[in-house]
Ligand binder design. Structure first.
Ligand code: 1CP
Length: 342
């Protein structure tokens, strides 16, 4: 093994190659659980912060320095490429993405802009600044998958029921597919910019796909996520595909073309490994809420996840979803030490 990010434990585990130890990183490892993040973000809006390479670089590095995780994830958001393409939206503190004029009609879909790579130059610049700082530590790029992006554009913001999203999906499948087709295009461009700038892996977040049945997922979502992941097959970096509440979708999500299927805490990794088969690694899946229990419980649960992860061709240790803002960062540091010591 060389001292290059392309040969890191993360990339090797994603490909199902042998590793010196199980790599570990955390979804939302940069963010409000860290006092240094809260400090640097003072007075800077979320979207504005994502557009400033100096801030992106510093925030991306913070959890690597503090926790010694085996990967950095670019500080950005799934709606950043939509905003860069020209969609009028904001990321509102305490709420999340809010879209000024939600997409509901054929005219709205036709008016959705394409993403020119130059519009996300700030992302490429951030990656270029990060690579020398990170050295052997791989940088993960990411994007939102068409379904999850569509849900924000159609609902106008976060949703619990995805009623308007499903109304379009079931009520006007042609319009739904036209919208997802455009979003897949934006997502491919956004990921390609990050890959060309030098990220070592990419993660496609379809966070809310778990709202769908497997049949509906296959009919309305899989073709578009396949186009994104398939479009990156020759790019030479591993592709991770993650969603929440996707226990019954894991097989289909694997078929979308990912090297790694991300698993939330509801499905034991040995079972997930059986479902996705020997051609995929798995990532996950400690319940983020476990970090609020006494250390003995954290350790027991983390060891269980490691043990169950052995059933897969490769395992990237992570939480089953993002770090919650109230998490004690010292518990995360201790958890990384534990994973490294096993
Ligand atoms: O002001 C703030 O600090 C806002 C909180 C915040 C942060 C830190 C948001 C708003 N986005 C982010 C960064 C972010 N978003 C990262 C970065 C880095 C890291 O992991 O360290 C990533 C990977 C995302 C991706 C993202 N954004 C997803 C997919 C991952 C997931 O958690 O499922 C989703 C669904 C979003 C939308 C979004 N952006 C922000 C919020 C609060 C939300 C969720 C809103 C909702 O509940 O629908």
């Amino acid at each position: 093994m060389s001292n290059l990010p392309a040969d890191s434990a993360l990339v090797r585990a994603c490909r199902g190659l042998d590793v010196p130890r199980t790599p570990v990183w955390f979804m939302r490892q940069a963010g409000r659980s860290l006092p240094e993040y809260r400090k640097i973000r003072q007075g800077a809006g979320m979207l504005e912060s994502c557009r400033r390479p100096d801030l992106v670089t510093e925030i991306t590095l913070q959890p690597v320095r503090r926790h010694d995780v085996d990967a950095a994830i670019l500080f950005s958001d799934i709606v950043v490429p939509l905003a860069a393409a020209g969609v009028d939206l904001d990321i509102v503190a305490g709420t999340g993405p809010v879209v000024a004029e939600p997409i509901r009609t054929a005219d709205d879909v036709a008016g959705l802009p394409v993403l020119e790579p130059e519009a996300v130059d700030f992302v490429a610049e951030s990656v270029r600044l990060l690579l020398p700082e990170l050295g052997a530590t791989p940088l993960i790029g990411f994007a939102g998958a068409p379904f999850t992006l569509a849900s924000y554009l159609i609902e106008g913001g976060p949703s619990r029921t995805y009623l308007k999203t499903k109304a379009m999906m079931y009520g006007d499948p042609q319009l739904w597919h036209a919208l997802c087709d455009r979003l897949a295009g934006i997502t491919v461009t956004f990921l390609q910019v990050q890959i060309e700038a030098g990220v070592s892996a990419v993660q496609l977040f379809d966070s809310w796909a778990g709202a769908l049945s497997e049949a509906d997922y296959r009919q309305y979502v899989l073709p578009h996520s396949s186009r994104v992941l398939g479009g990156l097959a020759e790019a030479g970096v591993p592709r991770i595909h993650f969603g929440v509440g996707t226990g019954l979708l894991l097989e289909a999500m694997g078929e979308a073309g990912a090297d790694v299927v991300g698993v939330d805490w509801r499905t034991p990794l040995d079972r997930a490994a059986q479902i996705v088969g020997p051609d995929h690694s798995v990532q996950g899946n400690l319940d983020p809420a476990v970090l609020f229990a006494p250390w003995e419980v954290v350790e027991r649960e983390a060891r269980r996840v490691l043990e169950q992860g052995k059933a897969a061709r490769g395992h990237v240790f992570n939480l089953g979803h993002g770090v919650m803002p109230e998490t004690d960062p010292d518990v995360l540091t201790r958890l990384v030490e534990l994973i490294h010591s096993v």
